[in-house]
Design a protein around this ligand. Structure first.
Ligand code: CTP
Ligand SMILES: C[C@](O)(CO)[C@H](O)COP(=O)(O)O
Length: 385
């Protein structure tokens, strides 16, 4: 059993206007059709994609790249669908989703709903109920009203058992608005699946801007496609006190003084850990390891950093890079920076090339200039994996 998608894109888009047929016009940096195609390529249940194109568009279709079967369209939408169905006849395809290339906002959730609905019967198609009042118009005036009870606006993809829809198309005289009409003419039952208001068909010039707005909203908000990139920053200070070494970014650095703190006072690692919690909007080290809790007294700061990295993984992110700056006159950090990056890479489980440790003095100004303590700044970037 295998499910194929047919994307019809052989129309000329006369109502949309423009220099190119609408499916080849730009929508946020890619042809409209590239968005429709990407949705089916990404859909887990779809084994094969057939793209129906106009003969004039072969070069454009080739530029889309990737594994698709190209089929030439016909003079009408239903003729285009028929050509694609015939190209799959005799293959292992048992189910098919037929989609307008001009609907670039089809969602993974909708595709999944349709595939699931085919377990119940030979046909399933998405639609949204009509919510506006309906009028009949004549010569620019309202000539009557139309009861909207039970009326729906039909969308694609429309999904069918393959043999049934192929036979229905072969038997149809032509001129159907969509494949549901063809299926019903052959007596097939088609269930209505909840459609999606965003799944608009680019038809008129104003639809490009609407589609672009919806796509932008989806990129920002939709869990299916959202690219969640986060930055966080951290800042920490520890004062010098008695001692013969300091811990900085996981490295024991000999020094004529120590740093005072509830834990091991690794100021660089604390700033870095806080930057990670900041990017996740999960507070700071004190939120997770309260200083009032005696169990963290003298604790190795790598415990905090490992916990923050664990939260990054649990929340589905990866840390793409971090940058730590230590601010002190002494000890000199330069000779130790490579060892610090290596220590952090080991604790964080990421490659050293994504970790920067650097230092600056404050030109003998302020508390770091007077060598009363060390300050540290850190920033990180997280990406939803
Ligand atoms: N001969 C045709 C006509 C239409 N289509 C496709 O069917 C879908 C829905 O059709 P429509 O929105 O009407 O597209 P066009 O026919 O291109 O538009 P117009 O009627 O404005 O010319 C589109 O993806 C279109 O490319 C097709 O593959 N072959
Ligand atoms: C297939 C379709 O998109 C379902 O709503 C619609 O029927 C296409 O209509 P058009 O007249 O080709 O724009």
């Amino acid at each position: 059993m295998s499910t194929a998608a047919i994307i019809v894109a052989a129309g000329r888009g006369t109502r949309a206007g423009g220099d190119l047929p609408k499916q080849w016009q730009d929508l946020r940096g890619q042809p409209v059709l590239a968005h429709s195609l990407a949705a089916f390529r990404a859909a887990p249940g779809i084994a094969r994609v057939v793209l129906v194109i106009h003969p004039d568009d072969r070069d454009r279709a080739a530029a889309l790249g990737g594994a698709v079967d190209l089929v030439e369209g016909g003079a009408s939408r239903d003729a285009s669908v028929r050509n694609a169905l015939e190209s799959l006849a005799g293959s292992d395809v048992t189910r098919v989703l037929i989609h307008d290339g001009a609907r670039p906002l089809v969602s993974q959730a909708l595709i999944a709903r349709l595939i699931a609905a085919l377990d119940q019967g030979p046909g399933a198609a998405p639609a949204v109920p009509v919510t506006d009042a309906l009028w009949r118009g004549e010569a620019g005036r309202v000539a009557g009203t139309q009861d909207r009870t039970g009326l729906f606006r039909a969308q694609t993809p429309q999904a069918f058992h393959f043999d049934a829809i192929l036979a229905a198309h072969r038997a149809h005289p032509g001129g159907a608005a969509d494949d549901v009409e063809v299926a019903r003419a052959a007596g097939l039952e088609v269930v209505i699946v909840e459609g999606d208001e965003d799944n608009l068909k680019v038809t008129y010039p104003g639809d490009f801007a609407r589609a672009a707005r919806s796509l932008k909203d989806r990129l920002l908000n939709d869990k299916e496609t959202a690219m969640d990139i986060r930055t966080g920053n951290g800042f920490d200070v520890h004062a010098f006190g008695p001692g013969d070494h300091v811990w900085l970014c996981g490295v024991r650095v000999p020094h004529h003084r120590g740093l005072i703190g509830h834990s091991d006072a690794d100021v660089g690692m604390h700033a870095l850990t806080d930057a990670i919690y900041g990017a996740l909007a999960e507070g700071d080290i004190g939120t997770h390891f309260p200083p009032s809790d005696p169990q963290w007294k003298g604790a190795a700061s790598e415990i905090f950093l490992r916990h923050a990295m664990g939260r990054v993984a649990e929340r589905g992110f990866v840390l793409t890079n971090c940058d730590v700056t230590l601010i002190c006159e002494r000890p000199k950090i330069g000779p130790m920076a490579a060892a610090m990056r290596e220590a952090l890479a080991g604790i964080m489980g990421i490659e050293i090339g994504r970790i920067s440790v650097k230092a600056t003095t404050s030109e003998k100004l302020g508390f770091t200039g007077r060598e009363e303590g060390i300050a540290s700044l850190a920033s990180v970037t997280l990406l939803q994996a």
